[in-house]
Ligand binder design. Structure first.
Ligand SMILES: [Cu+2]
Length: 86
């Protein structure tokens, strides 16, 4: 599953993944600035170095709807998406 940050926005505003199953995210940062992929409700945070793609550790989540954000100051307002786990 690919998640891309571009122009201080998530290209994917909504992601759907299966519940209770490890899911691997490929985090693509096309910006010349750092971001992070953070799901606070699940205690999951992965740094996204500038202009790089990183393979995030597998995420396993129970069913629900969670918010993912970038917590870099000033980014959270624009960089918010919904993760649907079902
Ligand atoms: Cu950011």
């Amino acid at each position: 599953m690919t998640v891309e940050a571009k122009n201080i926005q998530w290209v994917q505003k909504e992601l759907t993944i299966p519940a209770n199953t490890p899911v691997t995210f490929s985090l693509v940062n096309t910006d010349p600035t750092v971001h992070n992929f953070t799901i606070e409700a699940l205690g999951y945070k992965v740094d996204m170095p500038a202009s790089q793609t990183v393979a995030a550790p597998p995420l396993t989540a129970p069913p629900g709807t969670y918010e993912y954000v970038c917590t870099v100051p000033g980014h959270e307002l624009l960089m918010t998406g919904q993760l649907i786990v079902q």
